[in-house]
Design a binder for this molecule. Sequence first.
Ligand SMILES: Nc1ncnc2c1ncn2[C@@H]1O[C@H](COP(=O)(O)OP(=O)(O)O)[C@@H](O)[C@H]1O
Ligand SMILES: [Mg+2]
Length: 472
Amino acid sequence: MQTASIFNGIYVVQKKISSGSFGVVLLGQDKERNVDVAIKIEKEENEDVRSLEREVQVLERLQGTDGVPKLLWHGQQDEYNVIILQLLGKDLSHFMKTKKKFSFKTTIQLGIQIVHVLERIHNKGVVHRDLKPENILFGIEDESSKIYVVDFGISKIYRDAQGNILPFRDNASFIGTTRYASIAAHKGHELSRKDDIESLIYVLLYFMKGQLPWQNMQNVSDEERTVKVGEMKMNMDPRELCKDVPIEFAKILEYLKQLQYNSDPNYYFVYHQFEKAAENQGIQLDNIFDWDQQQQMKISQSNNENIDNLQRSNTQQQLQPPQSTEMKKSIEKQGSNLIRQLSNNQFLIPPSQLKRQDSQQPSVVSGSVMLSTYNSIRPKYQASQMAFDIKVCDDNSPQDINQNMKQTAETGNQNGGQNSCAETVCWKDSVFEENFEEIPLAKKYGMLKQKGVEIPKKRKTSQSPIKQRKKN
Ligand SMILES: Nc1ncnc2c1ncn2[C@@H]1O[C@H](COP(=O)(O)OP(=O)(O)O)[C@@H](O)[C@H]1O
Ligand SMILES: [Mg+2]
């Protein structure tokens, strides 16, 4: 066993943020720039899924997209695939755990931001395919009200190098997370942009209602659940599904139902419906969320205490003139604090300046309470049929990914047109959550120490296996 708590010589592991379906996410520090980062490591047993390899390819394409984290480094160490990402704040499942439901206002504000991020991701040729609360995060510091979308492990580039949308297929396996998957996903259709928006609506309904009608199915296998949930989604009238929430949500679902695989979704229609819902409910869209309001209330309470204190001290001042400079200073300090806090309270703070106290804390992904309805199914990864417009070189020979992709596509066709998702791998998120000491990961990575993670040293280290593997 060897301690491997530094990646690429500069990213120092600090503690675990989350164990997800396919890997661990750790908090780290870039010791050269002295900034915090997120470190995502692929689990060895999932290597054939190649989720991280796909994620790197998609993230590279998405770099510079507002609402997508920066990819700071990727490579391999001790035979673990690693990516280093811009550190973000908590994911939305964290807030659902503490709040149980979100207000219309919070939900609509989230909806507007997320649909904009999706639009930008789609414009870069990518469909996410696994939108869910765990994959939607706030930023940190002055971005603590800004939404990011993460986890591109099962995303897909839906346009070829010429910009054409890849052909529709309907023989795919189910992909995504049952609770939020689109109807097309249940039908085994190739997913497209409309499906990300449909999942977004299910996510938002879940926020407002606290649960979805297809949760908590008892005594059914994963396969049966996928079929049954799909049937419920298909048969339920959007107006019935959205009966306790603003009517605009049903209108969006009705609109999405009309779209075809290759339709260009009208994003404006979607976020305009959210805005209309806010207007009809008399909601002011100021980017203050349910949890910020609590924070504001605390500030306001402490302001009141300060006012009392100041009034008391002013009275004392009148009765008893300041005896010393210390006392004067103390009163001045108290006064200026009060001014600062009052101005926070009385004037609307621009959203970007709103900071939650907890926003620096890394989020911990849920141990899934509803284990049975919470599975995320990912395809066994093979190179997809689209052409990448990037070239990757390995140590010895330049490798044209496009060429490699084409070969894979041809092989796929020889196999009777079977798509690359035929084999699925299903992981229940909660398996790794309950007790870190007992999880399989602990055996693999060693126990988390106070300041790092012990990772058993494997044979030799190579520079970039992510790239090397493409040759095979
Ligand atoms: N850049 C990041 N900064 C902070 N936390 C992150 C970051 N990326 C992911 N996380 C946290 O780790 C969890 C798992 O990451 P994710 O990329 O979704 O991996 P998985 O494939 O395991 O679901 C997320 O739900 C989120 O809570
Ligand atoms: Mg995830």
